[in-house]
Design a protein around this ligand. Structure first.
Ligand SMILES: CC(C)(COP(=O)(O)OP(=O)(O)OC[C@H]1O[C@@H](n2cnc3c(N)ncnc32)[C@H](O)[C@@H]1OP(=O)(O)O)[C@@H](O)C(=O)NCCC(=O)NCCS
Length: 167
């Protein structure tokens, strides 16, 4: 694999990345299960991210192949913190270290480019893969929000993870 992350552009959007979000397994633990996805809608989302200083949307690529996204958002210049979310949309790539790689890369950017003190992420407790991705990158569990999210017809706890970047 030739993994890299880079700011997503409109021309990167193809039908694959719309199909990711129509896959119930991929959106199982995310608000994306309540959204509608089209190519035009995704392109508009990319344009909005490019013009919004509060969010940077990176594509995860294997060479030129777009296989997922990782977002850093909610920049706070006083507290020097931001939130991350991510999806490995091409399921053939699950379990191959892609999610861990993307979080490592965004962590490096959080230190070197965004100059942040802290990253944080909220994860459904049942999302074992996502928890492992964070823990492998040094994120620690800071708290649990009880029955905080409603997915798949039931309420789930949200685990709040944080990573101090020691700037
Ligand atoms: C969660 C997700 C990002 C994991 O990405 P990934 O590329 O498969 O993760 P990695 O290959 O880097 O795996 C990291 C670790 O988690 C483990 N893991 C991954 N998926 C797992 C699963 N479903 N169950 C148990 N362990 C899992 C891996 O075995 C690996 O552990 P190890 O290194 O100790 O062996 C991916 O499954 C995904 O995009 N899911 C849908 C969207 C989502 O849930 N996003 C997160 C929202 S917070």
């Amino acid at each position: 694999m030739d993994l890299n992350i880079k700011i997503l552009k409109e021309e990167d959007i193809g039908k694959d990345c719309v199909e990711w979000f129509l896959d119930t397994e991929i959106v199982r633990f995310s608000d994306n299960q309540y959204r509608k996805f089209t190519i035009n809608g995704q392109k508009e989302y990319v344009r909005n991210c490019l013009s919004n200083k509060d969010i940077d949307l990176y594509g995860i690529f294997d060479g030129n192949r777009h296989i997922g996204n990782i977002v850093i958002c909610g920049f706070n210049s006083v507290h020097k913190k931001a939130e991350i979310t991510y999806v490995v949309g091409d399921r053939k790539y699950w379990g191959k270290g892609v999610g861990s790689f993307a979080v490592l890369e965004i962590t490096k950017k959080a230190i070197n480019i965004y100059k942040l003190n802290k990253l944080f992420a909220g994860v459904v407790d049942a999302n074992v893969g996502s928890r492992r991705v964070l823990e492998k990158n040094g994120f620690v569990l800071e708290g649990t929000r009880i029955k905080h999210l409603f997915y798949d017809g039931k309420f789930y706890n949200q685990l709040d993870y944080g990573l101090l970047l020691s700037i």
